[in-house]
Design a protein around this ligand. Structure first.
Ligand code: T5A
Length: 216
């Protein structure tokens, strides 16, 4: 993908992958790389990233009331968090020429609610499009690992109970992984797939080398 033409506008780079793939680790390492290279960089996440979004995240992932949530409600809540994040944080930062690293974005909805929860592609696409408006990631990095390995990493986290989204069976996360790889195949100009089974520093080097080609 070429760098975009407007050199006053920033870049939105999203990171995707299934549970425990190492996205959050890589977001913070890549942010440091951009900052060291002199770029004004912000890190945000989904669901969350705004006060409203963090409240929505609590309902989606931790609140007891979330236990009976329907897939449709789940889809709309993820979209509501994103609609707020785009308008409150991402769009102003892009207008200010910043690099925005987002830990998950709309592809999570396509894959988790669409492929995982089996909501039809058309409403998922419509709601995603409504939530983001004209804002799409310039680059999306998929950190790809087998679902079993990701879940094992998450399980080994100390003092951390699984949240509502981490309690699915392995078949669900396998579908999530396949969904991401299908997206990457369909849209190779936006997606970069890196092997998340490699050591952290190898993954970081690979991502940085791709982002240098596509962004800076
Ligand atoms: N969701 C989200 C939807 O269903 N629809 C949506 O639209 C959106 C936006 C979000 C949940 O919501 C769902 C998806 C999720 O289920 P979250 O807390 O943001 O939940 O969870 P995750 O994004 O899955 O984050 P995790 O923290 O679980 O995983 P990460 O960020 O991929 O992994 P990370 O970096 O925290 O690493 C996990 C562990 O592995 C180690 C780390 O040190 C850490 O201990 N690690 C490595 N170990 C070995 N080798 C490497 N290369 C490693 N990289 C990291």
């Amino acid at each position: 993908m070429p760098r975009h033409d407007d050199d006053t506008r920033g870049y939105l780079i999203s990171f995707e992958g299934s549970e425990g793939s190492g996205k959050t680790t890589q977001v913070s390492r890549v942010a440091e790389r951009f900052e060291n290279a002199g770029y004004d960089t912000i890190v945000t996440r989904e669901p969350g990233g705004t006060e409203i979004g963090e409240q929505i995240r609590h309902i989606l992932m931790h609140a007891a009331e979330g236990e009976n949530m329907t897939p449709e409600t789940e889809l709309l809540l993820f979209a509501a968090s994103r609609a707020q994040l785009v308008r409150e944080v991402i769009r102003p930062a892009l207008d200010a020429g910043k690099i925005i690293l987002c830990d998950r974005f709309l592809d999570s909805t396509t894959v988790y609610q669409g492929v995982g929860r089996k909501i039809a592609a058309e409403p998922v696409h419509l709601i995603n499009t409504f939530a983001v408006g004209e804002i799409m990631p310039d680059v999306t990095v998929i950190v790809d690992i087998p679902a079993e390995m990701g879940m094992a990493r998450v399980k080994h986290r100390v003092n951390d109970l699984p949240d509502r989204m981490e309690r699915e069976n392995i078949a669900f996360y396998n579908k999530v992984r396949e969904g991401y790889l299908m997206l990457a195949k369909a849209l190779p100009e936006r997606f970069v797939v890196v092997d998340g089974t490699e050591p952290r520093t190898t993954v970081e080097t690979e991502i940085w080398s791709e982002l240098r080609k596509r962004v800076i």
